[in-house]
Every structure is written in C-alpha cells, then in structure tokens.
Ligand binder design. Structure first.
Ligand code: SF4
Length: 559
C-alpha cells in the first residue's frame, strides 16, 4: 500500500509517468535521423490487466533499450524491467539515466542487467554519441557523463557535458505524433493514467534551482553534486515561448512552466511575458513561484496571458519551519496573502497552495495548525483558491541536504543504498516504505498526521465550497478505508512477515485506497475543453509524415 504519496501529482503511486526528458531525448535523436519509440510499460500494465510484458518486449528489436531511473520509486521496477529485457534480448544493451541513476551510478552499474548509465540532468548529446559508438562497434571511452563496464571493470567517464542553456533541444511534440502513427500505438506513448481527462503538458524553464530546500534532490547543492552545475541552467525567453507555441499547435490543455521564471532575473521574466503577449497562446498557462513576486509582476502576467493560474508551495504555515526548509527564501504569510489577494483581483483562474508533512521541526500539532491556516485562507478568498497537503514520500531525495546530512536537520534514514530502497519498495505499507522519519515525528506519526490532516482539510473544502459534498464524502470514505487498511497491514508487519494470501485478498483495496485519499485527484485537473486537441495541427504532422514516407519509398524504388 503505497499510500497517498502521489495524490498531488498527475501519476498514480507507481509513478507511471515518464520523465519529460524522454521527449527532449526523442527530439534530439529523431532530428539526427535515429528512430525512437517511447513505451510506458507501467501504464500499459495498469490499463490492461492481461498485458503481457515479456511477450510485448520479445516483439521489440531495438539497437538499445533506454530505461529511466529518475524518480527513486522506480528503483524496483526499472531494474526488474532490465532483468526481463536481458532474459529476452541478452545482446541488446540497456542504458539507464535520470537523477536517481546518477546518484547511485556506481551501485547501479554493478547489476548484471545494466550496461550503461548516463549521468546528469541533460544527456541528449552523450546519448547520441553512445548510440553512434555502439552502432559502429566503438568502445564508448569518449562518451561524456557515461558510467559503463569494460570487460567487467567499472569505468566512469568524466561528466563533461554540462549545457550552458537548455536551448540546444526542444520538446517538438510532432515527433511523438509521428511515433504514435509509425507504431500504430497510442496507448504506450501516453504520459500517465488519466491524461485524456487532464491533458497537461509542461516545459522546463530551467534545470536545477537557485533554492536550497532541505528535502529536494534538485536544490542548488544537490545539482552541484549530481549534475555538476552550481547555477541553474535556463531556457532563453525566446526558446521557451517557441516551445509553448509548438505545444499549443496540438493541444488546448494547460501548459505548466516548470520552475519559477523569476529565478533567472527580472529582465528574463519580463521578456518571457512580452513574448507571450505577442504569441497570444490561448492555453491555460500555469506559473509557479518559489519566492513571492512583486504585485506588479502579477499585473504583467495578466496583461500578457489570457488564461493563467499560479502555484505556491509555502510547505508549512509556520514561517520558522519554512525558513529552515529553504534558507534562501524569506517570505512571510502576510506577503503570500498579499500575492493571493492581488492575483484574485486579476483574471487569475486558479491558485493552488501546497503544504507538506515531514519537514524539519514539524510536529503533529504543527500539521494541525497548518490546516487551521488553510481555513483562514479559505475564509478570505473565493473558490479559485484551494489548499493541498501531502506527506513527503515515499523518499527523502538522495542528494538533498536532508539525505546527505540527516542529523543536522533531524532526519533518521532507513535506507541509503539503491538496494536498500528497492527493499523498502516491497514492504507492505507506506509507513514502512518511507525512507525517513524525523526527530519530531516517527513514521507512524507521519502517516497518522497525514490522514488526520486530510480528513479535516476535506471537511473544510466541503464547508467552503472548494469541492462538492458528494465528492467530499467520497474522499472522507476513502480516508477512513485507508486508515483501516493501514492498521491491518501494520498488524501483519508487527508479526514479522505479511501473509501473502491475506495481502492478495487485500490487493484490490490496497490499490484503490492508495489513490485520491488525501484529496481527490480530479481537484488538480484544469477545466477541460470539449475537444482537448487541435485536430488540424495533428493532421498536418501526419500528412507531412506520409509525404516523407512516400518520397522515401519512391526514391528507393527509382534508385
Ligand atoms: S523544492 Fe525548493 S529546491 Fe527544489 S525545485 Fe522547488 S524551490 Fe527548488
């Protein structure tokens, strides 16, 4: 029972979403003439009970398989997929990548099914070089950022590919459309379950971060260690808006700008808004703020973008806890509330405020007070504002301050190596999957505090009209069932080993009550259109693809 660790993100607790980097890698390789196919195995398994993974894999015959180990909850599945691939295709290389793969690269490469690990947050050119070296039979001694095995000996090539800007690669959604068409397979390419209902897309405005949140594996210090850049790497305003225009040609869904635009400076952020105004994109644009912007910035957004929302993550109502969590920010609640009020006076469609459980110095009482603060926010705003709370889980990020210096921040870790995390992932319930507890809350306290907070927040949302009564009652029922299940699983755990038969009996419920327990996932959805996609844009790509195919066939026939 993975618990409500993914209620506030688009995917389910198995984190079936693939990282956005899959799209930039696809664009980079396809632009250079290679053929790429993205297969979301997790999603296929979730959507089709009878989906036969080995049978599916055995029909594939690529030059290499790429497997992501970006989010650590993939620690178990990614290596199991690699094992399967090696059983079926022992001679086809497997390539891993992602931040968790980077952190654990020397341990990961020692698994027999893992051939290559690409390190860092940007690996498109090294991946291309690796693939071309493999195709020409060259040893990959010159591939930057690569950890590999040379006759069984681990080699760690220098991490020398560190881009200065993200402009070197675009998302280019048309490659995905061509991929779907080429393989006649839409199901495998979808990013996460429920994407049709919530067709959100995202553009990275930045990789890395200027902030130092204790729990985050993308903080400045984590990036310095993992990706070897001590400053964030930005996408230029021109390139960012170009990518947004490209997405808007195919999708009417919201476009999430990952990263606070203002991190790159006032000038950069203003330029983005000027270009957005010219671009006249109709999609909802979602801005996130890590610090509080001046109120004039909100007016500038309003003057530049028709449909917009904002996301704020104060993490705790308690300003002291907030300042320990991120020593680089210093905004108070009064300042945040001023931003909220200003946004509500403008055309801002929606304000989501996120809080977290599992922070340094946070107690159960403090979590309760956070929920009281949510009521204060509800009372003083309208239905466009909602609050969310979730546990930090399942893992404190490797590379983060909290993970690297647990005692300094009051954390106690239950896993440090990759294998230890793999073992945590097969524990029966999320209380025992969490890789940490704090000096102020044990793992049991963290789960209790989560369900208590969720219950009260849910009641408040009904009271203040943030969700309707029927939906709220369903969430309340789910919280209650989740609590009961959690207790049942704890009893097994105390007995030392869970009885597999009982676990099997509970499996359906376990899956059901791991989703939408702290809040209904649909609360995160943006308003939908009757048709969420731009059919003409998609048809144009397909026609261009067909034309290319015909030209190629005619050319090879004539020659
Ligand atoms: S959690 Fe903090 S450090 Fe991590 S990306 Fe967000 S603001 Fe940056």
């Amino acid at each position: 029972m993975y618990g409500p660790v993914s209620d506030l993100i688009p995917s389910s607790p198995v984190f079936e979403m693939y990282p956005l980097g899959f799209l930039t890698m696809t664009s980079y390789l396809e632009e250079r003439g290679l053929k790429v196919r993205v297969v979301n195995l997790a999603l296929r398994m979730m959507n089709e009970r009878r989906f036969d993974v080995p049978a599916f894999l055995s029909k594939l015959n690529p030059k290499a398989f790429g497997i992501d180990l970006h989010w650590l909850p993939h620690a178990h599945g990614s290596i199991e997929v690699a094992n399967l691939i090696k059983r079926i295709h022992p001679l086809i290389p497997t390539i891993f990548g992602g931040l968790s793969a980077t952190y654990f690269h020397e341990e990961l490469i020692r698994y027999p099914a893992v051939d290559y690990v690409l390190r860092g947050s940007s690996v498109e050119p090294p991946l291309y070089k690796l693939l071309t070296d493999l195709a020409s039979g060259k040893r990959p001694t010159q591939v930057p950022n690569l950890t590999w095995k040379d006759n069984g000996r681990v080699k760690v090539n220098p991490q020398s590919f560190i881009p200065k800007t993200l402009d070197y690669v675009d998302l280019m959604p048309e490659h995905l459309i061509k991929m779907v068409f080429r393989h006649q397979d839409l199901q495998s390419t979808l990013p996460f379950r429920g994407w049709w209902q919530n067709p959100i897309t995202a553009v990275f405005t930045v990789k890395g971060c200027a902030h130092e949140c204790v729990t985050c594996g993308s903080s400045r210090q984590a990036c310095t260690t993992l990706s070897r850049h001590d400053q964030p790497i930005f996408r230029s305003p021109k390139n960012l808006v170009k990518n947004m225009i490209d997405i808007s040609r195919f999708s009417k869904g919201p476009i999430f700008l990952v990263g606070d635009l203002r991190q790159a400076g006032e000038n950069h952020a203003s330029q983005v808004l000027v270009l957005l105004r010219k671009a006249n994109i109709k999609n909802e644009i979602v801005f996130e703020f890590f610090g509080m912007p001046p109120l004039s910035f909100l007016e500038d957004i309003d003057n530049s973008v028709k449909n917009w929302s904002i996301e704020l993550s104060p993490e705790s109502h308690d300003e002291n806890i907030r300042s320990v969590q991120d020593k680089t920010i210093s905004y108070g609640n009064t300042e945040m509330e001023a931003v909220i009020q200003a946004a509500l006076k403008l055309r801002c469609h929606r304000i989501d405020v996120f809080f977290m459980i599992g922070l340094p110095y946070q107690t159960q009482k403090s979590v309760e007070d956070t929920i009281h603060y949510c009521e204060h926010l509800f009372k003083n705003t309208d239905k466009r504002l909602s609050c969310f709370i979730s546990p930090l889980g399942p893992f404190l990020d490797p590379g983060s301050w909290g993970f690297e210096h647990p005692e300094q921040f009051g954390y106690r870790l239950f896993a440090q190596t990759l294998e230890e995390h793999r073992q945590l992932l097969i524990q029966p319930s999320w209380q025992h999957i969490l890789n940490y507890e704090t000096k102020w809350m044990s793992r049991k306290d963290l789960t209790l505090a989560t369900y208590n907070a969720a219950e009260v927040l849910n009641r408040l949302k009904i009271k203040y009209g943030r969700i309707d009564k029927v939906r709220g009652e369903k969430v309340a029922h789910r919280i209650e069932r989740a609590r009961i299940l959690q207790r049942q699983l704890d009893v097994f755990y105390q007995k030392g080993k869970a009885d597999p038969k009982v676990l099997q009996l509970l499996e359906g419920e376990i899956n059901e009550f791991s989703i939408s327990t702290v809040s209904d996932k649909r609360e995160l959805f943006w308003r939908r259109h009757l048709v969420n996609f731009r059919i003409i844009g998609i048809a144009r790509v397909i026609l261009a693809h067909l034309r290319d195919l015909i030209l190629k066939t005619t050319h090879s026939f004539l020659s």
